[in-house]
Design a protein around this ligand. Sequence first.
Ligand code: DO4
Ligand code: MG
Length: 276
Amino acid sequence: MKLYRVDEGAVVQLDGTAYSYEADWNELINRDDLFNQLSSAIGAGELHSIDSDFVDRIKAPIMDQEVWAAGVTYYRSRTARMAESHDAGADNFYDRVYTAERPELFFKATAHRVAGPGQAVRIRRDSRWNVPEPELALLVNRRGSIVGYTIGNDMSSRDIEGENPLYLPQAKVYDRSCALGPCVLISENVPSASTGILLEIVRDNSTAFDGSTTLAQLKRTPESLVEFLYRDNSFPEGCFLLTGTGIVPGDDFTLQSGDEIRITIDGIGTLVNTVE
Ligand code: DO4
Ligand code: MG
């Protein structure tokens, strides 16, 4: 079952049929037993079906949720981080966090910094080396339960991050440094290890970069990341938690204005954004 946010509330999509659902987004995603509630409402004929053209009105699936992110959860990310921070003498930190019990978790965005499907993401003006980070994003309710999954783009300035690990918030948090969507897959089960994550960057109508990974490469479980995030930390309206990237373009690649970023996760869909 897929849940989309639109101006008037939400659209629920089940077995190819879309149903309109007027509800406050913050309240909806924090309901107990969301999956069964929505299934029962559809089964009981309480929702009316709508045309598929709602897809032109989809918003980022976020209102008052914070966005947080995990880092160095894939071996590919560990390698890339160690290389970019080697000259600063910081590679050891990334090596250690990959195997440590405590994960790297950092604040990423609030709703006004998030681009929805089809909207532009940004490169910060004081950076010269930038990449998208395609990540499985968890939607976690205020009680710390994972209620769904969406696609996240953790836009990152690699030169700023590599210069000094203390610059991480500047490399990661700026206006429209994050994209989420197009929908939330509402599911009681974590997507399987074989779930594919694909990234394609299109420049001047041809592929400038493509790469893929699977959730089998994710070193930590979603539940363990959430457990650390919610330790002595409350989220009154729930939160999104990006689970880290396993796809990093080569060191000679940087995003440019006009690039189209296409991120696909099996079972969820494709999130498309252009670079402003
Ligand atoms: O350690 C820096 C951040 C890494 C990150 O965002 C990732 O691995 O996805
Ligand atoms: Mg990341």
